[in-house]
Design a binder for this molecule. Structure first.
Ligand code: HEM
Ligand code: HEM
Length: 168
């Protein structure tokens, strides 16, 4: 995608990757809050304090993920990304496919949430609910791949997403 092929990801790309990973984990772990909050408002009741906090956090952190996803794509186009390390063609393809699908998730999830919450598009609820399972499967594959590179292939794939000074 990028024109340049640096040795590692830039500091900004690394910070964004891990910040988004933490937010996604939060969104999935505490999704009950937004469900309770939404239900209470729909039923004309006043939501509890914790549900109000978690509900609002879900909405604004979700919108933040969308903004950060745009920023990540922009940075990737400007700064590029390291070339894939030598690996079997099928593994290379699988890694690329998972990355593309993860990026898709980073756009589709918040956009469907926004459509449902702010614009009352009921149909957006379907994809938004499905996404939890999709994310879990994709992240499991993604983390397995990262650990495989680190412990089996013993290359710098994990290191270059941890430090912009990682050597090959
Ligand atoms: C990366 C961002 C996001 C992730 C990973 C995420 C994830 C989730 C998950 C896992 C659920 C629970 C679904 C279920 O139990 O089936 C949920 C529910 C919900 N999310 Fe999000 N979400 C994100 C962004 C947003 C945004 C930006 C909004 C609104 C502006 C939003 C609004 C909602 C609402 C209203 C519900 C409750 C739906 C219901 O009760 O039917 N989400 N989200
Ligand atoms: C513990 C969890 C995670 C680990 C260990 C991890 C590890 C990595 C590593 C090592 C890379 C670099 C791959 C390479 O250089 O070829 C990477 C890239 C990437 N990760 Fe993760 N990751 C995690 C969580 C996540 C999550 C939650 C998401 C998004 C939902 C995500 C999305 C991405 C994307 C889109 C890329 C491609 C970056 C690019 O080249 O533009 N990761 N991850």
């Amino acid at each position: 995608m990028g024109r340049q092929t640096p040795e590692t990801y830039s500091k900004a790309q690394i910070v964004l990757h891990w910040a988004v990973a933490v937010i996604i984990l939060f969104q999935i772990t505490f999704a009950d809050g937004i469900e309770e909050y939404g239900d209470a408002l729909r039923d004309g009741q006043s939501p509890g304090t914790l549900d109000t906090i978690l509900g609002n956090a879900h909405i604004w952190l979700g919108i933040t993920v969308l903004a950060l996803a745009v920023l990540r794509i922009a940075l990737r186009l400007i700064q590029g990304a390291p070339a894939p390390v030598p690996a079997p063609k099928l593994q290379d393809l699988a890694a690329k496919a998972v990355h593309v699908l993860l990026y898709a998730v980073l756009f589709i999830t918040p956009m469907s949430g926004i459509a449902m919450w702010f614009f009352g598009v009921k149909e957006a609820g379907g994809p938004h609910h499905l996404i939890e399972k999709v994310i879990v499967v994709l992240v499991a594959l993604h983390v397995t791949g990262a650990l495989w590179h680190h412990f089996v292939q013993k290359d710098n794939v994990l290191k270059r997403m941890l430090s912009s000074k990682a050597s090959a």
